[in-house]
Design a protein around this ligand. Sequence first.
Ligand code: CA
Length: 230
Amino acid sequence: MTANILLVEDEPAIQELLALNVTQCGYRAIQALDAASAMAHISRALPDLILLDWMLPGSSGVELARRLRADQRTRNIPIIMLTARSDERDKIMGLESGADDYITKPFSPRELMARIRAVLRRRAPQMSEETVALGGLELSPATHRVGARGKVVDLGPTEFRLLHFFMTHAERVYGRSQLLDQVWGDHVFVEERTVDVHIRRLRQALEPSGLDSLIQTVRGSGYRFSCDSK
Ligand code: CA
């Protein structure tokens, strides 16, 4: 699964350098030159991670990070703050504003990529390539295979992403618009009904193994992956 990384940086040369590095690592780069255009991107689709420059024209990176953390929809997007300041107090201020990590310019692309991978692993387990096993299901993102009680399950790409998200976020209830944000990356242009269609397909694929009951409907709220069959 390709992670979408939103790059918020006003200096064109650094913006291009970031985009180049991120793309070379197999991620998709979304570019924004200021906080306002970053917000416009985010309102359309949630990125999987934000690389956020501290010093931006208009609203600063710290302000943007605070704003994202205060909103329930954007609260969990991983943020890595980029800055020219290496002062310890600034570092603390950056982290207190809600950043997950902090990197000082000039940075080595290698270090930056290592930080991105680490933050994604920590904050967005469905972005990881690690095999997940739960409730009799085994899902391997690397080989794109799913096994149910040892038997191969054939899933379409969306059902695969949906199951991966559920298995890495078990026992929690997600509403349709949250699932659209997390699995489709888009809650604006995709209809909520779409979620129900893919849930139905996913259950159908799991039915022969009897594991379709892992995907539970929570009336009035949404869906949950649960190993507890109540
Ligand atoms: Ca800047």
